[in-house]
Design a protein around this ligand. Structure first.
Ligand code: PLP
Length: 392
C-alpha cells in the first residue's frame, strides 16, 4: 500500500481491470506455497487445467503463463507464425494497436483495417480482404473481442462466418483479456484457433497470469512456425501439463487463486455470470443517457458488458473528473487511452460485482460530475436503481 493519508471506507476499484479480487480468492492465495514438483501440485494442476476449459468453452488445451496478457499475445503469434507472414488485424482501439505494434516488432507483416474506435471489428471488411487474398498470404486474422479502451465488443461469430464465406485458411486469433468470464465467448463453437486471456479482469484474480486456448489447427501450425520462441513454446508446456505440471516454476499461489475463482464462476454458472454483466452494463448505459453524456460505443450491437466508456462534453477534462472522483470519493475509474486521452472515462463493471457496488459506482460518478462542474442532468443513478430494482 502506498503511504498516503488513510481514506475511510472501501476503495472502489472501478477501472476495467485489474478488478476487485473476492475475499475467497484472496484467502486461497494466502496459503503456504507448495512444492511445484510434489504429488499434491499435479492434482491441483490437473483440476485447474480441466476446469479452465469450461471457462473458455473448449475441449482443447489451455496453457497458463506467469505473465500479463501481453505475454499471451506474444505466445499466440510466435507459436504459429513465421517471419514475414501477413496478419490481418482490426484497429478497434488502443489494445488492438499495441498488438499490431508487437506483430511489427516480431517481424510479421501486419495489415490494419481501420475503425473509428466507436464500434467493433467489421466482419465485411475482414471478409473482403480475405477474398482478395487469392494466394493466401494472410496467415492469421487477429481481433480483440472486447476493446477495453473503447467499450466496444466485436462479434467473433460474424468474423468466423466472414472467414468461412471467403473460404480462407487463415488462423483466427482472439484477445479476450477483458471479456473472458464476463461476456459470452465460445472458443470451439466460433472456430477460434488461439484465444488470448488474462487473469486480472473477469477471472477476478490479481494480474500475473495469462492464457492461450489452442485449437488443433493452431497446434499443427507450431510444427512449421519459424518465429523464435523459447519461454513461450507451447510444446514443453503441453507435455508437462499432461500430468498437471509446468516446464518451469509456476505462479503457485496465483494458481490457488485461479482454482478458487474458476470454482466460483462455475458455481454461479457461466450463463448467470454473463447475464449479470449484461444487466449491469444496461443499468450503466441508462444512467449515462440520463446524465446526457455520450457513450463512446456508437453501435448498440457492439456495446460492451464489461465496461462503459463515457465521453465528456467538448472543452471538459475526463482526467480532471477522474482526479476529483478519486480525491473526493475514493474511486478509481479508467482513463482515456491514446487518442481518447482526457476525452473519455471508463467505468469498469466486470468481475466480482453486485448491484450495490454498481449503484455506489454510479453514485460516485454522478457526485463527481457535479463536483467537477461537468454539465449534466441529475438522476442517472436513479435510472439505474429503477432498472435494477425492476429486473431481478
Ligand atoms: N488486451 C486487452 C483487451 C487489454 O485490456 C489489455 C490490458 O488491459 C491487454 C491486452 C494487455 O494486457 P496486460 O496489460 O495484462 O499485458
Amino acid at each position: 500500500m502506498p503511504a498516503s493519508k488513510h481514506a475511510p471506507g472501501r476503495h472502489f476499484l472501478q477501472i476495467p481491470g485489474p478488478t476487485n479480487v473476492p475475499d475467497r480468492v484472496l484467502r486461497a492465495i494466502d496459503n503456504p506455497t507448495m512444492d511445484h514438483r510434489g504429488p499434491e501440485f499435479g492434482e491441483l494442476g490437473k483440476d485447474i487445467l480441466a476446469n479452465l476449459r469450461r471457462i473458455f468453452q473448449t475441449q482443447g488445451p489451455v496453457v497458463i503463463y506467469p505473465a500479463s496478457g501481453t505475454g499471451a499475445w506474444e505466445a499466440a503469434l510466435t507459436n504459429t507464425l513465421s517471419p514475414g507472414d501477413t496478419v490481418l488485424m482490426s484497429r478497434t482501439g488502443w489494445f488492438a494497436t499495441l498488438w499490431k505494434e508487437m506483430a511489427d516488432r516480431l517481424g510479421l507483416d501486419a495489415t490494419f483495417l481501420d475503425t473509428d474506435w466507436r464500434r467493433g471489428a467489421d466482419p465485411d471488411a475482414i471478409g473482403d480482404a480475405l477474398a482478395k487474398d487469392r494466394d493466401h498470404r494472410i496467415k492469421a486474422v487477429c481481433v480483440v473481442h472486447n476493446e477495453t479502451s473503447t467499450g466496444c465488443t466485436s462479434r467473433i461469430d460474424e468474423v468466423r462466418a466472414a472467414i468461412d464465406k471467403a473460404k480462407h485458411p487463415a488462423l483466427l486469433m482472439v484477445d479476450t483479456i477483458s471479456s473472458l468470464a464476463s461476456i459470452d465467448y465460445k472458443h470451439d463453437a466460433w472456430g477460434v484457433d488461439v484465444t488470448v486471456a488474462g487473469s486480472q479482469k473477469g477471472l477476478m484474480l490479481p494480474p500475473g497470469l495469462s492464457f492461450n486456448a489452442i485449437s488443433p489447427k493452431a497446434l499443427k501450425a507450431t510444427e512449421t512456425a519459424k518465429l523464435p520462441r523459447s519461454y513461450w513454446d507451447w510444446r514443453p508446456m503441453l507435455a508437462a501439463n499432461e500430468t498437471g505440471y509446468f516446464p518451469f516454476t509456476p505462479a503457485t499461489n496465483l494458481l490457488y487463486g485461479l482454482n478458487a475463482a474458476v470454482g466460483m464462476l462455475l458455481e454461479e454458472g457461466l450463463d448467470n455470470v454473463f447475464a449479470r454483466h449484461d444487466r449491469h452494463a444496461e443499468a450503466t448505459r441508462r444512467a449515462v443517457r440520463v446524465w446526457g453524456l455520450e457513450i463512446q460505443c456508437a453501435e448498440p450491437r457492439h456495446y460492451s458488458s464489461s465496461l462503459t466508456a463515457v465521453r465528456v462534453p467538448e472543452g471538459h477534462s475526463a482526467d480532471a473528473l477522474r482526479a476529483t472522483i478519486l480525491k473526493r470519493f475514493n474511486m478509481s475509474l479508467g482513463n482515456g487511452l491514446g487518442p481518447l486521452k482526457d476525452k473519455v472515462f471508463r467505468i469498469g463493471h466486470l468481475g466480482d460485482f453486485g448491484d450495490l457496488q454498481l449503484i455506489g459506482t454510479l453514485g460516485g460518478v454522478e457526485m463527481g460530475l457535479r463536483a467537477a462542474g461537468i454539465p449534466h442532468k441529475t438522476g442517472g443513478t436513479q435510472a439505474a436503481i429503477d432498472y435494477l430494482a425492476g429486473n431481478a
